[in-house]
Design a protein around this ligand. Structure first.
Ligand SMILES: Cc1cc2nc3c(=O)[nH]c(=O)nc-3n(C[C@H](O)[C@H](O)[C@H](O)COP(=O)(O)OP(=O)(O)OC[C@H]3O[C@@H](n4cnc5c(N)ncnc54)[C@H](O)[C@@H]3O)c2cc1C
Length: 318
């Protein structure tokens, strides 16, 4: 079933959904299932699975020189989506990124998803390679999420890259895109960012998932601005509980977000990360309650591989 249909069928009730990361290469998928199993109590209708770019690693050779090689530390997004669909009988949303893929490779990946019965995708530019300062598109690939979205929309109409294919069977993807209540880090201002967000929606994106935020005011203002511009699709809030002190400096740097003073003041008072986790859970519960009252279609939790805090939050809400 499509994400938008899940949202519609909820009839105004707020759903519980989550985003997970594929395990590190070599890890057993059982660890992932052990994390997801308890969350099934809250009946998530769909789970997002992130996609991770290749990274450069440098190994020292006998002659002292460094040898550069490429590795993907968290492969398996498509396999995990299929495994979750099989095991839990719910829908999965693989994240599809521009970075590192030619259009042809993207088309093949989308064909695999279609054959697996995975009809939901989140179309993203994708992060830059960790050791590179900015995003560099594949020479044969897409630069912006909107271009990737366009390829998906064309496939939904049965138009594939090979224009000699006259009778290609269309795919049936429900396509989501990312939105940034506090602006994407590379956008000159929020207005410019929203212009491109609107472009993605006008081109066929059916819903938006936001970057994490810790101040609901930012989300409410973002939704208002989107609606003023005529962006009328569902805007799913992405939220995450703080679980470690270091996150108060790392999250703003990685995600270009602010943390409210009240939250950082509380975290600073904590003696250890066990105490920080309690503060993070309390904050996230309060945030969630206010978002539910506002009428958000789903609370989308960034679980980051740890289900325990999300379980405790969901237990108070659902
Ligand atoms: C919910 C969510 C899930 C994510 N999941 C993943 C994941 O699984 N894997 C991963 O690697 N990353 C993921 N990311 C991170 C995301 O890939 C990065 O934030 C990336 O830098 C931007 O992606 P985007 O799809 O928003 O890009 P785009 O929509 O392409 O926008 C990127 C920037 O370019 C601007 N822009 C857009 N179109 C144009 C245009 N035509 N001309 C000029 N400027 C333009 C935008 O304003 C923005 O500043 C996720 C982010 C979110 C919010």
């Amino acid at each position: 079933m499509k994400v938008v249909d899940h949202l519609k069928n909820a009839n105004g009730k707020t759903l519980f959904t989550l985003e997970i990361l594929p395990p590190l290469k070599g890890e057993n998928i059982k660890n992932l299932f052990d994390n997801i199993d308890p969350l099934m109590e809250f009946k998530p209708p769909f789970i997002d699975v992130t996609y991770h770019r290749e990274e450069y690693v440098y190994k020292k050779k006998e002659n002292g020189l460094l040898e550069k090689s490429t590795t993907r530390k968290r492969p398996g997004t498509v396999g995990i989506c299929a495994a979750i669909q099989n095991r839990y009988k719910l829908d999965t949303v693989p994240h599809i990124i521009c970075g590192g893929f030619s259009k042809e490779e993207t088309e093949n990946a989308l064909i695999d998803l279609h054959f697996l019965g995975i009809d939901n995708v989140l179309a993203l530019q994708g992060d830059a390679i960790k050791t590179e300062a900015k995003f560099v598109p594949d020479p044969e690939g897409h630069h912006y999420a909107s271009e990737l979205l366009e390829q998906m929309v064309r496939m939904n109409k049965g138009i594939f890259l090979d224009d000699e294919l006259q009778t290609a069977s269309p795919t049936n993807f429900c396509i989501g895109v990312a939105g940034y209540p506090e602006k994407h880090f590379s956008a000159p201002n929020l207005k410019s960012d929203l212009k491109y967000l609107k472009m993605k929606v006008d081109m066929g994106a059916s819903y938006i998932v936001t970057q994490m935020f810790f101040d609901n005011k930012k989300y409410f203002e973002f939704v208002d601005k989107c609606r003023e511009m005529g962006i009328m699709v569902p805007i799913i809030p992405g939220i995450k509980p703080i679980t470690a002190k270091v996150q108060t400096t790392v999250l703003p740097k990685i995600f270009n977000i602010d943390l409210p003073e009240d939250l950082t003041d509380e975290v600073e008072k904590c003696k250890d990360n066990a105490a920080v986790k309690e503060v993070g859970i309390k904050w996230c519960v309060q945030q969630s309650k206010e978002l539910m009252k506002y009428g958000v279609p789903t609370l989308h939790f960034y679980s980051m591989g740890k289900s325990d805090p999300v379980y405790r939050i969901a237990k108070e809400l659902f």
